[in-house]
Design a protein around this ligand. Structure first.
Ligand code: ADE
Length: 231
C-alpha cells in the first residue's frame, strides 16, 4: 500500500519510523511518503493560509498549495487514490472504516490546520479519486496530523503480513462488536491478586466460555452502545 501525507508539520510523522509502521516500511508492505505543503507555495513567506471570505474567526488554508501538492502526488501514482481529509466534521472513524481503507492501493491524507481547507480543494480531489472526510471522534484537535497518524496505524496493521500473529487481530476489541476479554500472565499470584482459576484449568472450552462472558459483561458496562438494543 502507498500512503502519502500532506502536512505543514512533516516532523509529526517521524514517529512512524519507530512504530509497527516503520517495520512494514522496511519490508516493502507499506510505502509512506510525507510531503511539506509549504514546498508548494510560491511566495517568500511560504504562506499557506488567508482570511475567510464572508468574515469570521481564524484562517483558512489556501487552495493553490493544496492543488499543487495533490497534482505532484497523483502525477506519479499508478491508481486513482482515496483522499482522506481528517476533520471533526467528517464521518466517525471505526474499525470498519480501517478494514475498508486497508484494501486500498493508495491513500492520500490531507492534514488541515487553522479553521480548515478551502472547500474547492475537496471538489478538486474528488475529480481525481474518492474523497473521505473522517473524524477521529467527537472532539476537536488542532489539526489533522494526530488523527492521520492514528488512522494510518489502525489501517496499516490490517494489511496482510503486518501483524505477526493474524489470530491476534480476530479476538481484539471492535473486530466482532465486543470489547476484548481481560488478559493475565505469570505470576499466578501478584500483590495478593490471583489469576482467575478457570485460566489455570487447561480446559479450553471453559476458558473460551469465560472469555466470551467477560467480553459481553465488559461491553455492557463500558460500551452499552455497541450491544444490540433490547427495546
Ligand atoms: N481535526 C481536528 N479535529 C479532528 C478530529 N476530531 N478528527 C479528525 N481530524 C480532526
Amino acid at each position: 500500500m502507498r500512503v502519502d501525507v500532506v502536512t505543514i508539520f512533516p516532523a509529526f510523522f517521524d514517529v512512524l519510523e519507530v512504530s509497527l509502521v516503520g517495520k512494514a516500511r522496511g519490508s516493502g508492505l507499506l510505502d509512506v511518503r510525507v510531503h511539506d505543503l509549504r514546498d508548494h507555495t510560491r511566495d517568500r513567506h511560504r504562506t499557506v493560509d488567508d482570511t475567510p471570505y464572508g468574515g469570521g474567526a481564524g484562517m483558512v488554508m489556501k487552495p493553490e498549495p493544496w492543488g499543487e501538492a495533490i497534482d505532484a502526488i497523483v502525477a506519479d501514482a499508478s491508481a486513482a487514490p482515496i483522499f482522506v481529509f481528517p476533520s471533526p466534521a467528517g464521518e466517525v472513524f471505526t474499525q470498519a472504516t480501517a478494514r475498508e481503507l486497508a484494501t486500498a492501493e493508495h491513500l492520500v491524507f490531507g492534514c488541515g490546520r487553522y479553521e480548515g481547507i478551502d472547500e474547492r480543494v475537496f471538489t478538486y480531489a474528488a475529480s481525481l479519486g474518492r474523497v473521505r472526510m473522517i473524524s477521529l471522534g467527537d472532539y476537536v484537535l488542532n489539526g489533522g496530523e494526530v488523527a492521520s497518524m492514528a488512522m494510518i496505524e489502525a489501517i496499516a496493521r490490517l494489511i496482510p503480513g503486518m501483524v505477526g500473529n493474524p489470530a491476534s487481530l480476530v479476538e481484539e476489541s471492535h473486530e466482532d462488536g465486543l470489547l476484548e476479554y481481560p488478559s493475565f500472565t505469570k505470576p499466578a499470584s501478584w500483590r495478593g491478586m490471583d489469576v482467575p482459576d478457570v485460566l489455570l484449568s487447561g480446559h479450553h472450552g471453559r476458558v473460551a466460555q469465560w472469555r466470551h462472558a467477560q467480553r459481553v459483561e465488559r461491553t455492557r458496562e463500558r460500551r452499552p452502545d455497541l450491544l444490540p438494543s433490547t427495546d
